[in-house]
Design a protein around this ligand. Sequence first.
Ligand SMILES: Cc1cc2nc3c(=O)[nH]c(=O)nc-3n(C[C@H](O)[C@H](O)[C@H](O)COP(=O)(O)O)c2cc1C
Length: 466
Amino acid sequence: MPLLRPATALRALRSPSIAASTQQRPISSKAAALASPTNRLRNGLYGTLLLGLLGFGYIEATDTRSSIHTYTVPTLLRYIFSGDDVSRPGPEAAHVFGLRALNLAHALGVPLRERGDHPYLPHLRSELFGLDVNTPLGISAGLDKHADAIDALFELSPSIALLEVGCVTPKPQDGNERPRLFRLPISKSFINRYGFNSIGADAVARRLRERVRRYAREHGMTEEEVLNSLEIPASLRPGRILAVQIGKNKTTPETDIEAVKRDYVECVQKLGKYADVIVVNVSSPNTPGLRSLQAAKPLTELLGSVVKAAEQVERARKPKVVVKVSPDSDSRDQIRDICQAVKNAGLKGVIVANTTVTRPPELTASPQTSEEEKRIVAREAGGLSGPALLPRTLRLVREYRNQLGRDIEVIASGGVSSGKDAMDCVKQGASGVMGYTGMVYGGVGWFGRVAQELAEEAEKLRSRRR
Ligand SMILES: Cc1cc2nc3c(=O)[nH]c(=O)nc-3n(C[C@H](O)[C@H](O)[C@H](O)COP(=O)(O)O)c2cc1C
C-alpha cells in the first residue's frame, strides 16, 4: 500500500502546512549558506580558475610556440613510437600520426598555429620565383609526400612561405620495405630510405583539385577563374608558394631516357596546374640509378622536356621549374655540368641539396651516442639528414651561386637548425632556405623560432653595416 494516497500526496505538495514542518527549514538554511557572500566568492574564484585553466590549456595546446609543442610533444612522440615500424610503431608511424593529428585539428576548426603577432614578418619579406613571399623559409619535400596536409602545414606559421609536397611518381608505388626510417636522436638526424612511396600523380591531382574547388566555392568563383587568376598563387594563400616535387617510378629504367622523360612529363601534365613551382627530383639516393640522371646529357634532355611540358600547362601563370640536386655530386665537373644543363633548359632554380649517403664522423662523435645509434649509422643504408649536412650545404650553395649568377634561385636544404644557420645560407648566396629534420626534433613551432632568429640576425647585420 502506498505511503500516501495520490490525492493526499498532491495536497501535501501544495500545502505548506504538511511540508514545512518536516523539510523546508533544512533546505532553506542550506540555500542560505550557499548564498552567503563567502561561498559566492569562493565559487566565483573556482569557476574563474577552471575557465582560466581551460583557456590556458587550449592556448598551450594550439599555440605552436608553447613549451608543450617545443619540448613535450616531440619527446612524447619519440617515446610512444619507439619501435622499428615492423613489430611496433616507430618513426614512420610517428610521421603518419603527426600529419593526421595536424589535419584533424585543422578539420575540427582548432588548427595548431603561431599565436600572437609575428614581429619577424616586416624584416623577412622576400621575393622568390617572381612572387612576393612572407619570408625566405620553407618546408622541404618528403614531409607531406602525398599532399594531404597542405593547409594544416601552412596554418602552423606565416613564416612557412614555401611548401614542397611530394615526391610524387606517375603511378602509385609502395617504396622500400619497412623499416625505412631511422632516428638518431643524439645528433638530431635521420637516415631514411623511403624510396618514393607515392599514391601516384592521379590521386595527388585529385587532392590538389579538391582544394581549388573548395577555395572557388568559398570565394564565389569558378575553378577556372581561380586557376587563371594572376593574383591567386597555386598555394591559394598570399605570400606563400606551393611546390610539387616529381620523380620517376622505380620500374622505369634510368637508362631509357625516353621512358624517364615520359614519367616526369606525365607528372607535369597532371600536377602542373596546381603548382607554383615544379621540382624535378634527380637526387634521391633511395631510387637505384636516379642520381645518374644528373649527368650532363640526360639531365639536359630531361629538364628540357619538363620545361616544355610546364609551358603547356593550362593555367595563366605557368609553374616555374626547379631541380633538386644531390650533395654527393659535389665535384667541380659535376656541378659545372648540372649548372650548364640548368641554364640550357631555362630553369628558374636549384635546390641544394638532398640527403647524403655519406656518414660524417661528427655524427657519432658525442660521448652520449648510444650503441644503437652507432649501429644505425654503420649499418643502415639510406639518406642522412640533419645538422651534419650544413657545412656541405653552405659550400654547395656558394658554388652553385657562383656558377649560376643572380637570375637563377639557389635554395638551401640540408642541416639547418637555427636562424643563424639560415642566415649563413643566405650569406653564401641562398635566396630561400628549407628545413625538415629541424622541425621534427624542434616541434611544430620550429619555423616561427627560426624566422624570429633570422630576423634578429638580419638586424645585427644591418646595424653592423650602418
Ligand atoms: C623522412 C624523410 C623523407 C624525405 N623524402 C624526400 C623526398 O621525397 N624528396 C626529396 O627531395 N627529399 C626528401 N627528403 C630530404 C629533405 O627534403 C631534405 O632535403 C633533407 O632532409 C635535408 O634537409 P634537413 O637536414 O633540413 O632535413 C626526405 C627527408 C626525410 C628525413
